[in-house]
Design a protein around this ligand. Structure first.
Ligand SMILES: Cc1cc2nc3c(=O)[nH]c(=O)nc-3n(C[C@H](O)[C@H](O)[C@H](O)COP(=O)(O)OP(=O)(O)OC[C@H]3O[C@@H](n4cnc5c(N)ncnc54)[C@H](O)[C@@H]3O)c2cc1C
Length: 110
């Protein structure tokens, strides 16, 4: 199994203890983690990616795409309006912990 990651490191933003255990588990399972990778295309069970300017091919059976999230902008036009308050992932996609803290902080101001 291979995890291609576009950033310089995997699990950016994951709590350090959780990250340490996660990476240890991946190593035990012989998961190949490749960073600084840009995926170009997938054709006939082959994935093309570029790493350090060199194009490589990786054969696969299955692909799981986990390429990040962005805030739901459905109500973005209401931002700044005094009647509405935005809490959590609709501002910045982060963690449940941060969404709860954000909600608690805002509740103290209302
Ligand atoms: C796969 C995955 C794993 C995660 N694991 C973790 C983790 O281990 N630890 C951690 O801390 N965080 C984790 N997160 C992040 C965490 O889930 C979010 O940061 C957190 O849920 C954000 O809370 P929120 O209340 O802002 O948004 P949400 O939890 O997304 O709540 C928004 C709610 O609004 C509802 N909604 C949306 N539009 C409308 C509408 N028009 N009308 C009515 N309701 C609407 C949605 O159905 C949803 O119930 C994970 C996220 C994902 C995707």
């Amino acid at each position: 199994m291979t995890v291609p990651e576009m950033q310089d490191d995997v699990a950016a933003g994951v709590f350090s203890m959780v990250k340490k255990l996660l990476l240890k588990r991946l190593k035990e399972l012989h998961v190949n983690v490749v960073t600084k990778v840009k995926i170009n295309r997938m054709v006939r069970k082959k994935l093309s990616y570029t790493v350090y300017g060199v194009e490589k091919l990786l054969e696969f059976d299955d692909v799981v795409l986990a390429v990040g999230n962005k805030p739901d902008e459905t109500f973005a036009k209401l931002k700044g309006h005094e009647k509405y308050t935005f809490v959590g992932d609709c501002n910045v996609v982060a963690t449940a912990v941060e969404a709860i803290r954000n909600g608690a902080e805002i509740s103290l101001k209302i």
